[in-house]
Design a protein around this ligand. Structure first.
Ligand SMILES: Nc1ncnc2c1ncn2[C@@H]1O[C@H](COP(=O)(O)OP(=O)(O)OP(=O)(O)O)[C@@H](O)[C@H]1O
Length: 376
């Protein structure tokens, strides 16, 4: 009988296959090999155990008193992992943030995609709306995903374009849209903009290499979107919107793109605060305070049918109204502007600031920077 390294006897168990010893297992020569079998009894003494490569598979090899067994190691596939992408359409906004998206892509992202064997086709956008018209015309069949290298403006433009094509392809009428059809391709987001709320909310951090690795690994994270309409006419898909103070500040920041990103944001906030004024609003909403209740209703399919009799309406003067389908994490709000919203729970946060004094409103804004959650 052959002997293992430590001199234990090795013999075949009933049912073991006898095979030729593969070369990588030469640490334990001339033994009987069995695959896919567990030790016969817990009392069986294990003499040696290790990971060996056997015919290109990593195997858990166990040498016991009575036999040598091995089993290919199956890597765990956590839920949400899909196949890794092989080919990606890259949409890059060279104007994002301090115009460094091109450098970020070619220095940090592309080398990793190359190592991962992913083919890429890059379009550098030339004007606002370019991503939209490109994705309308571009044949995306050969790609496994679209990656946006830029900020939130670019990412939401690409998301809108992908969703719009999906509705068109499915023959869904957007003006009466309640539940959109999913985009046909996943969207990867490389944060290269000024705020990067989407990438930050998706990955928990606004970090280029982290985002790239998520894309390479094929991590798919479903994300809620809102549809924005005016008097029954569909406008666009998006992840968040702000009216009043927030809307004015963002519009001002957009108008002053010639300033540096930090300067224009500070300038916009200060100017919007100086002109702080309430808006008369009427807001209808379907309240869900308990996310579990929401999940259960979605699972039961009772969400839509329940809607009509549960809508609530509030009316009054408000300084700011925000709706956010994602938590909206950013450096200014480390827990997010909407900390109680999840990426994919079918709900969105509606955060309303009633009319109050400017110092009180500033206090409320400052509390977003704290990790203590002000929004219950
Ligand atoms: N070549 C271009 N010239 C001018 N604008 C462009 C160009 N390409 C894209 N855009 C537009 O620039 C806008 C803002 O870009 P983006 O969101 O990437 O950067 P950002 O504003 O710095 O970041 P954030 O939105 O995170 O603050 C987008 O709405 C996009 O449509």
């Amino acid at each position: 009988m052959p002997r293992g390294r430590r001199g234990g006897r090795v013999s075949a168990l009933e049912g073991c296959r006898e095979e030729e010893a593969p070369p990588a297992a030469d640490a334990v020569p001339s033994v009987l090999w069995a695959s896919g079998q567990q030790p016969e009894s817990a009392a069986e003494l294990i003499l040696l155990r290790g990971i060996f490569e056997i015919r290109r598979d990593s195997c858990d090899v166990v040498l016991s008193e009575r036999a040598l067994r091995w089993q290919p190691i199956q890597p765990e596939r956590p839920t949400g992992f899909s196949d890794r992408p092989k080919s990606l359409k890259i949409v890059l906004n060279p104007q994002s943030h301090k115009k460094e998206a091109t450098q970020i892509y070619y220095e940090k992202v592309e080398p990793l995609l190359k190592i991962a064997g992913i083919k890429t086709d890059v379009t550098v956008t030339e004007y606002e709306g370019h991503a939209m018209s490109l994705l309308k015309e571009c044949e995306l069949q050969g790609f496994d995903g679209v990656v946006c290298v830029g900020g939130d403006g670019s990412a939401s433009e690409v998301a809108h374009a992908l969703l719009l094509s999906a509705q068109k392809n499915a023959g869904v009428e957007t003006d009466s849209l309640l539940t959109p059809v999913r985009a046909q391709l996943p969207l990867g987001v490389i944060p290269a903009g000024s705020t990067n709320v989407l990438a930050h909310s998706l990955h928990g951090i606004s970090h280029v290499v982290t985002a790239t690795l998520h894309i390479i690994m094929g991590h798919i994270q479903p994300v809620d979107v809102c549809t924005f309409s005016t008097t029954g006419k569909f406008l666009r898909f998006g992840f968040s919107a702000m009216f009043g103070f927030g809307g004015r500040a963002l519009a001002l920041a957009e108008k002053h793109r010639w300033m540096s990103p930090n300067q224009r944001m500070d300038f916009a906030v200060i100017k919007a605060l100086a002109k702080l004024k309430p808006e008369e609003c009427e807001i209808s909403f379907l309240p869900f305070n308990d996310p579990q209740d929401l999940e259960e209703r979605r699972a039961q399919g009772s969400l839509k049918s329940d809607c009509n009799d549960q809508w609530q309406m509030i009316q009054g003067q408000f300084l700011n109204v925000s709706i956010m389908a994602i938590p909206c994490l950013c450096s200014m709000a480390p827990r997010g502007l909407a900390p109680n919203t999840r990426l994919n729970n079918g709900s969105m946060a509606l955060i309303i600031s009633r009319n109050t004094s400017r110092p009180e409103f500033i206090k409320h804004l400052k509390r977003y920077a704290s990790v203590k959650n002000q929004v219950q």
